[in-house]
Ligand binder design. Structure first.
Ligand SMILES: [Zn+2]
Ligand SMILES: [Zn+2]
Length: 254
């Protein structure tokens, strides 16, 4: 009698909650941008994802967003003065809504936005590595922030990005070797030479490298002065090669 009853109950439960609907309710999310209910792996709907400013037309060396495609695929800056790092991959152009998402991630502690953009960056990097048969870096290093800024913000956004890239791409993180020892608040009033001098004094590296390929990770690349400076530091410390990965790259004139 008990057995019959339990069989009956199991049948009723299966009828009321078929496996598919349980699975669906587990994967049910709301799109971070338009809030509609979705059943995607990432918390963004396909329409919003397609509308993002993907950095598809960009310099193949420094990832600067370009308005028109050039024969060489290389921007004017890189043609005149090739960067010290070998290549930069930036998932997005730093325009709306990516600039708003990054700002919320950094200044309003909306770290889930960082996670979403980091996963999209990881997918892009994985595709680029496969397509161009690139060497997978040995280590990820976040662009360091000064301890005062870390204390106010509570986290380094570049470290957050590294954690997600590390999980997805299976690359170890070295989060302590690069350090920012001097806080350089605003550099906009300075000349390029003065900015570079300040930057070179602001960072140091705590260990000797031994021919590793390093992926330097940042949230947004603007002038490229910081990553140039850190790449020099890493190569002088013994890195074989430096590549740069960032969520976004600022277009010229912004
Ligand atoms: Zn949406
Ligand atoms: Zn370029």
């Amino acid at each position: 009698m008990t057995r019959k009853l339990s069989t009956k109950i199991t049948k009723m439960v299966n009828k009321l909650f078929p496996v598919r609907s349980i699975k669906e309710s587990l994967s049910q999310k709301h799109c971070y941008l338009c809030k509609q209910t979705i059943y995607e792996a990432l918390p963004i709907c396909n329409d919003c994802k397609a509308d993002l400013p993907w950095n598809t037309l960009a310099c193949t060396i420094c990832a600067l967003p370009m308005k028109i495609s050039s024969d060489t695929g290389i921007c004017g800056n890189c043609l005149c003065n090739e960067p010290i790092y070998s290549q930069c991959i930036s998932a997005f152009s730093y325009t709306f809504p990516i600039n708003a998402l990054i700002s919320d991630f950094k200044y309003n502690k909306q770290r889930h936005f960082g996670k979403l953009m980091s996963k999209m960056l990881a997918i892009k990097i994985e595709k680029e590595i496969k397509k161009n048969e690139l060497q997978k870096p040995d280590l990820l290093m976040p662009v360091p922030i000064h301890i005062n800024r870390f204390d106010t913000r509570g986290f380094n956004q570049s470290e957050d990005i590294c954690i997600d890239l590390s999980k997805y791409l299976n690359i170890a993180i070295d989060r302590h070797s690069l350090q920012r020892t001097i806080h350089t608040p605003s550099q906009t009033a300075l000349t390029k030479q003065e900015r570079q001098k300040n930057l070179h004094q602001a960072f140091n590296i705590q260990k000797k490298l031994n021919g590793e390929v390093i992926a330097l990770v940042d949230d947004v690349i603007t002038t490229g002065a910081t990553i140039e400076c850190l790449s020099t530091l890493l190569l002088n410390a013994g890195a074989k090669e430096v590549v740069v990965w960032s969520l976004a790259r600022t277009p010229l004139g912004q």
